[in-house]
Design a protein around this ligand. Structure first.
Ligand code: ADP
Length: 259
C-alpha cells in the first residue's frame, strides 16, 4: 500500500527524483482487528454479569427484599456474578501483565513430584465431588524443570482444573512427566472427558475462545485460562500442544526446559 510519495532530488541527480515508500499494512490491519475483537469481547464479558447484578438489586429494592427466601436467593446470585467479574478481572490483569513482557519471573529449578502434589491439594476436593480419580505418574525420580514457581502453579492449576471441569463424573485424570530430550521435560495432563473436535483445537489458546460458551460460563470459566497458560509456557521457553478425541478425552502436552 502506498503511504507516501516525495519528490526530493536524489543525491547527484540534476532533476527531482521520485521516492515511493511502500508499507505492507496487512499485519497492522490484522492486529487492529484482533484488538477490536478483544475489546468487544471484554466489554461483553463484563456487561453480562453486571447486568444481572443490576437486575437482581433493582428487583430487591422494588420490594423483593421483603420476602426472606427470595432475597436470600437473589443475594446468592449477586455474589456468584460478582465472583465471576472478579475472576475475569484477575485473569485480564494476569494476561495483560504477561503479554506486556514487563512481568518479572524468577526462574528456578523446580522438582516436579512435590510441586505437582501441592497443586493437586487445591483440586482434590472438586475432583472428589465428581468422583474423579487423580493419578500421578513419574517415569523417573527427581525430574526438574526451569520455571517460575507461581507461573508453573498457574499452568498446572489451569490444566488440571479444566480437565476436572470437562470430565464427567467417575472419570480419570493423569498427570505424567518424563525427560523428553537432553534439554526438555515433557509434562502431560490427560483426561477421560468430553474431548474437543479437531476443528476447534487450533483456536483453543486464543483469548475468549470457548467450544461451548454456555457450558464454560456455567462451569465458572472466563475463556482466558488457556491463553494465560500458553503465554506463561512461552515465557519459560517452553511449548504447549493438545491432542483430543470427542467423547474419549484430551491430553495437553507441555514441554519445559529441564532444571
Ligand atoms: P474456560 O475458562 O472456558 O475453561 P479456557 O481458556 O481454560 O477457558 O479453555 C478454553 C476452552 O477450551 C474451554 O471453554 C473448553 O471449551 C475447552 N477446553 C479446555 N480444556 C478442556 C478439556 N480438558 N477438555 C475439553 N475441553 C477443554
Amino acid at each position: 500500500r502506498i503511504l507516501g510519495v516525495t519528490t526530493t532530488p536524489l543525491p547527484g541527480e540534476p532533476c527531482p527524483g521520485l521516492v515511493i515508500v511502500l508499507f505492507d499494512m496487512t499485519e497492522l490491519r490484522r492486529l487492529e482487528s484482533l484488538r477490536q475483537e478483544f475489546v468487544a469481547n471484554v466489554s461483553h464479558e463484563l456487561k453480562t454479569p453486571l447486568s444481572s447484578i443490576k437486575a437482581y438489586t433493582e428487583t430487591l429494592i422494588r420490594g423483593a427484599k421483603d420476602d426472606p427466601e427470595i432475597s436470600q436467593t437473589f443475594l446468592m446470585r449477586i455474589e456468584e456474578q460478582a465472583e465471576r467479574l472478579h475472576e475475569l478481572i484477575m485473569d485480564l490483569i494476569s494476561l495483560a501483565s504477561i503479554e506486556s513482557g514487563n512481568q518479572v519471573f524468577d526462574i528456578v529449578d523446580i522438582e516436579l513430584r512435590p510441586f505437582v502434589e501441592i497443586c493437586l491439594v487445591d483440586q482434590q476436593k472438586v475432583a472428589e465431588a465428581k468422583n474423579i480419580e487423580l493419578i500421578v505418574e513419574e517415569k523417573e525420580h527427581g525430574i526438574k524443570v526451569k520455571a517460575d514457581e507461581e507461573g508453573l502453579h498457574q499452568i498446572l492449576g489451569n490444566l488440571i482444573n479444566n480437565a476436572i471441569k470437562y470430565t464427567p463424573d467417575q472419570g480419570r485424570i493423569t498427570i505424567r512427566w518424563e525427560w523428553d530430550d537432553p534439554n526438555m521435560v515433557l509434562l502431560e495432563v490427560e483426561d477421560t472427558g468430553i474431548g474437543i473436535e479437531e476443528k476447534h483445537q487450533a483456536r483453543l489458546f486464543e483469548r475468549f475462545f470457548r467450544v461451548d460458551k454456555a457450558r464454560s460460563r456455567e462451569l465458572g470459566g472466563t475463556g482466558l485460562g488457556l491463553s494465560i497458560v500458553k503465554h506463561l509456557v512461552q515465557s519459560f521457553n517452553g511449548t504447549i500442544g493438545v491432542t483430543s478425541k470427542v467423547g474419549e478425552g484430551t491430553t495437553f502436552t507441555v514441554r519445559l526446559p529441564r532444571g
